[in-house]
Design a protein around this ligand. Structure first.
Ligand SMILES: [Zn+2]
Length: 151
């Protein structure tokens, strides 16, 4: 099968989250046939829910659609390196492949910080591809926080 990136769809979700006043992070879940089955952006403010990260919301929606607690052979695209909570959720959902954009030195839990997938307690390790359209995701985040600082 020809590789087709779904990061553009994740970036669109990130932009929509930013427009709602949320930190602009977006995620999509892609099924084994290559179809996007769930898409989400951060909604922590809207839902008053610190766990409402894009990845968690997308995984919940994809699992609900599949009527399964696991997403084998699925891929997850997210614009920013997942935090430890989301990395644990990705592992628990048995997501096969993780594609992420910008790295997150502050809160990332994949390539830095908790490095969830490298931990011996991690029962399922997805294939990880980083830096997918990372510059676009980073620019969006930078713009968002700069605008916030200006009030
Ligand atoms: Zn997260």
């Amino acid at each position: 099968m020809v590789f087709r990136s779904h990061m553009q769809a994740a970036l669109a979700e990130a932009a929509a989250a930013g427009a709602r006043g949320e930190v602009p992070v977006g995620a999509v879940v892609v099924d084994p046939a290559g179809q996007v089955v769930a898409r989400a952006g951060n909604r922590t403010r809207e839902l008053n829910d610190p766990t409402a990260h894009a990845e968690v919301l997308a995984i919940r929606a994809a699992c609900a659609a599949a009527a399964s607690e696991r997403l084998p052979d699925h891929a997850l695209y997210v614009t920013l390196e997942p935090c430890p909570m989301c990395a644990a959720a990705i592992s628990a959902a048995r997501v096969a492949r993780l594609y992420y954009g910008a790295s997150d030195p502050k809160s990332g839990g994949v390539a830095q910080g908790a490095r969830v997938f490298s931990h011996p307690q991690c029962h399922h390790v997805p294939e990880v591809f980083d830096g997918i359209d990372g510059a676009a995701a980073e620019a969006m985040l930078k713009e968002f926080f700069e605008a916030k600082r200006k009030g």
